[in-house]
Design a protein around this ligand. Sequence first.
Ligand code: PMP
Length: 429
Amino acid sequence: QPGHKWNFGAGPAMIPRPVLERAQSEFLNYQSTGLSLMELSHRSQPYEDLNNKAQAQLRQLLKVPENYKIVFMQGGGHTQFAAVVYNLVAWRHHQNGAKGDWREIPVDYVVTGSWSAKAAEEAKRLGANTRVVCDAKKSLGAYTGIPAESTWATSDPQGALRQADTASNQKPAYLYYCDNETVNGVEFPFVPSLHDPSVPLVCDMSSNILSRPVDISKFGVIYAGAQKNIGPAGVSVVIIREDLLQTSELKDGLPAVALMMDYKTMVKNNSLYNTPPMFAIYISSLVFDWLLDADAQRVQDGNAALYPHSSFVGVEAAQARNERKAAKLYKALEESRFYRIVVQDKAARSKMNIPFRISAVPKGSDAVADKKKDEEMEAAFVAQAEAKGLLQLAGHRSVGGIRASIYNAMTEEGVDVLIAYLKEFESQY
Ligand code: PMP
């Protein structure tokens, strides 16, 4: 329809229209309190109920086992880069009998894109014994895939190190990776499984949480900033295995965990240690409602009866739709002689963020590309898209190019409109 806007932004990203409409209708009078939710005390019953409901919804959507806690924290993904280090080094230190220098405890990072690289840098900056056990840029030349797990320098299931140059006879505090690299468009098609199982897996799922089912029991900590596939910026969801909350008190040079980053403090206070980002949690809860509502999901699917009501599961419905959307977009890009998909490793292509470039030199030709001219065409692509209501298609400022982000909220129709535009733009050249 003329005037309709399609938001392909990577984050803050599109929020489902029915969620925004419901928020608008409840804005001035939250649940007959006569106040907006933002004006209520975070200690009030309506807010406490909302806090508990949002956690229960997320537990239901992701089938979070009983021995995992769910908390809402502030400070976005970047705060979690640090929180993970403090909390889990303190846990490992406790496991070690609170003996030894915490700086010797290794923390292992799989780096497959700019966010995991940044997380590893933060660990190093905080003084942790940071080991990059896989560096995709080094082994592939760029962040265009995921090196085979058997090549990582992690400890094997017997606890022996695979590569001598990472020597340390201590068990690492954790093995960290980012499930979906938002900037680079690289997504894990598997959960790492070849490492020492007593080393907890820590995963940044900021840009693909709730896009597909996950076996939570394989993880120690999962976190996600809300502003991509959940709701507004301001809240992060953290899912933590209960036993990892056993940490040492300040001893032997171990830095104290700032209370606002302390998982134990958050769990103990049910995410109400201080004033939480209530509005962000409220909108997130409306998104969870929307995902759990079979009728709403059917509308999202263009009213196609794709699953019987009795067998409806929100995340599976989203996954099926996300796979259809990504498959058709990659296919359109692949069939074109004009567009270039950035991620070479097909199995590792993200279903959420799809970066691509333009090249005037047709695929297969040995003519030399004119980089400047290609970049001008990319800028024209983004500008003309904006004029047609296809918004926020520019690639991340660190890499340039074009990026289409197609999270849960993006309909299949939106992807069809983008594909039609791809063809139209290409035909001009
Ligand atoms: N991790 C991932 C995968 C991200 O996409 C982002 C943000 N784009 C971050 C971490 C950082 O999040 P924040 O801006 O909330 O600190």
